[in-house]
Design a protein around this ligand. Structure first.
Ligand code: AHG
Ligand code: MN
Ligand code: MN
Ligand code: MN
Length: 337
């Protein structure tokens, strides 16, 4: 009855068939990433039943207190992806240094960056969280991969995706050929293509920002939000709606579903800490920018296209403003004035 449904494995293999010179390496890698996300989904889903909620009692390189699930998800990603011979190295939010593939395994030609658990402050309150990943190519002549090999602009990404652990578990994927969404059928343990060709409407009347930072915002962001809040009485002449989930994966998924704007912009508080933004370029901003652009949206720092940035450090942070194209153009215009 269900055998006419497309599984993610079938989708990936059939897509790669059209790529000249494809060896199956990339399909194998995506398959391992999918497996890792299924394992994390299961763990997140069982929550308190298996004792995985709460703090791990230590900090990561970002100075954030790690949740148990941050550490466990990181471990699952490493173990699922290190053995198969597709990767040269990995990098994660939860590891200060890059993770070169151990010598006991064959070394492959790709690099994998990931945010193993995004929105992890939401685990204890049972609100949606996710996993974000990005795949880069490792240069052929690299013998021992270093942090430097990861510092490629987002335009070099071969693939990017996220898993969303919400009421359903979903996987959203781009290999630079549009965006497709898959829903995990828990009964058979497979992601099924349920959202082919996802696109972001160019216009929206919905925005997402952490308004507790309002007093720190720069004038262009303040202006945009003020105009939204003024509603039909203001210059926009229409009422706007607002959301803030505090899980970027869930916000981006909403935007891919019904449009919207997501902002974690530069502000005075971030600047005072000497940081370039809140979100991390290599495993949050770039993969999400790739997905959003592939769905017809736009992703900027305010002044530049995120995917054009030349990364300078593994855990570099950047401002992120992404979503419906016409609104992002408007916000970019406000930054240019
Ligand atoms: P992470 O849980 O991977 O550290 O990322 C959290 C990020 C992002 O998902 C979310 O948009 C933002 O931080 C929430 O920040 P605030 O708590 O400042 O709202
Ligand atoms: Mn974190
Ligand atoms: Mn995150
Ligand atoms: Mn995280």
């Amino acid at each position: 009855m269900h055998n006419n449904r497309t599984t993610i494995t079938q989708y990936i293999i059939e897509e790669q068939r059209h790529v000249a010179g494809a060896t199956g390496d990339f399909s194998g890698l995506l398959n391992d990433v999918v497996t890792a996300c299924k394992v994390i989904s299961n763990l997140v889903n069982h929550g308190a039943l298996v004792g995985v909620l709460g703090s791990a009692g230590q900090e990561n390189v970002q100075g954030e207190t790690q949740k148990k699930l941050d550490v466990l998800s990181n471990d699952i990603f490493i173990r699922s992806n290190e053995w198969a011979g597709h990767l040269a190295a990995m990098a994660s939010e939860e590891m200060e240094e890059i993770y070169p593939i151990p010598a006991r395994y064959p070394r492959g030609k790709y690099l994998l960056t990931f945010d193993p658990l995004d929105g992890s402050s939401n685990t204890d309150v049972n609100v949606s969280v996710g996993t974000i990943f990005s795949i880069l190519r490792c240069a052929d002549d690299v013998v021992e991969p270093t942090e430097q090999d990861f510092l490629q602009p987002g335009t070099e990404q071969v693939a990017a995706g996220y898993a969303l652990y919400g009421p359903s578990t979903m996987m959203v994927l781009t290999t630079g050929n549009g965006v497709n969404g898959f829903t995990l059928d828990q009964n058979i343990g497979e992601f099924i293509l349920t959202h082919p060709g996802m696109t972001i409407p160019a216009d929206t009347r919905e925005f997402a920002i952490n308004a507790s930072n309002m007093r720190f915002w720069e004038p262009p962001v303040r202006r945009y939000v003020d105009e939204c809040l003024a509603g039909r009485e203001g210059v926009r002449g229409e009422d706007f709606n607002m959301r803030w989930i505090a899980s970027m994966v869930a916000e981006v998924h909403r935007i891919l579903t019904r449009g919207g704007v997501f902002m974690y912009p530069m502000d005075e508080k971030i600047r005072a800490k000497g940081q370039g933004g809140k979100l991390r370029l290599l495993y949050e901003a770039n993969p999400m920018a790739f997905i959003v652009e592939q769905a017809g949206g736009a992703a900027i720092t305010g002044r530049e296209r995120i995917m054009s940035l030349q990364p300078e450090a593994l855990h570099q942070r950047v401002p992120v403003i992404l979503g419906s194209r016409n609104e992002i153009e408007r916000i970019e215009g406000y930054h240019q004035r």
